[in-house]
Design a protein. Structure first.
Lengths: 91, 144
């Protein structure tokens, strides 16, 4: 069984290493990941929002609703820990 | 650990700088590397250091369980309130550009992003501190 697992791992590993050759180079502007919406964010962050940091522009403005959800998730996690662990009578 | 004078002195010296740095990280979110999540965690780290070095009795009056809960709700309220403010200025929810064009103030968009980041930072700081307060016992030791 151990030998079978080792063979499976090696097999999948060789396939993955073989596929690495077809990946675009790091930071390649023609790579598919850099072709679609990333271009638009880079071009329009400064005229649309007027701040330098593209990451913050996406996080807090273009996808502000998503970040609001993340904040509520953290808030909910804090409430859950209080419900499970706090032993005092009052909050 | 509270008997160790080195730990207490170093903590007392470094906590103000940690908190100042975390405020810098939060405010710097719009123009460089930074943001509410990172800054809030750094601020909470200063409270955790305070708790470990001085114990629960040493931080009494500075942070409390009730205070952290109120702050956590305040942060979410700031974020959601700015979203509702955009609706009042006849825009979509969280569309800050509506406020900017209605008031005609340049760079207001970036300032609103900073405000939102501050809300995130308050929530993250309060939740992290609240969790570590729940884990600590009366002497300030972290329960296993």
């Amino acid at each position: 069984m151990k030998k079978l697992a080792l063979i499976a791992v090696l097999f999948i590993g060789i396939i993955l290493f073989w596929a690495v050759e077809d990946m675009p180079a790091f930071g390649d502007p023609d790579a598919p990941a850099n072709q679609y919406v990333a271009q638009m964010y880079i071009e329009r962050t400064l005229p649309d929002i007027g701040i330098d940091n593209i990451v913050t522009a996406i996080l807090a403005s273009y996808r502000g609703f998503d970040t609001l959800g993340e904040t509520v998730v953290i808030f909910t996690a804090g409430i859950s820990v209080i419900l499970l662990l706090r032993r005092g009578e009052q909050l | 650990m509270r008997e160790n004078v080195v730990i207490r002195t170093v903590s007392r010296l470094s906590i103000p700088f940690i908190q100042l740095f975390s405020l810098y990280v939060i405010v710097h979110g719009a123009s460089g590397a930074g943001g509410g999540f990172q800054g809030g965690v750094v601020f909470a780290a200063s409270f955790i250091l305070m708790l470990i070095a001085f114990g629960l009795s040493g931080i009494r009056g500075r942070i409390s369980e009730k205070g952290t809960m109120v702050l956590a709700a305040t942060g979410v309220f700031i974020y959601a309130g700015i979203g509702l403010l955009c609706i009042l200025f006849s825009g979509n929810y969280l569309a800050y550009a509506a406020i900017e064009s209605a008031l005609g103030i340049p760079h207001l968009h970036g300032l609103l992003i900073d405000l939102v980041e501050a809300g995130i930072g308050i929530t993250v700081m309060a939740v992290m501190t609240s969790i570590i307060l729940d884990f600590a016992d009366k002497e300030g030791n972290i329960r296993d």
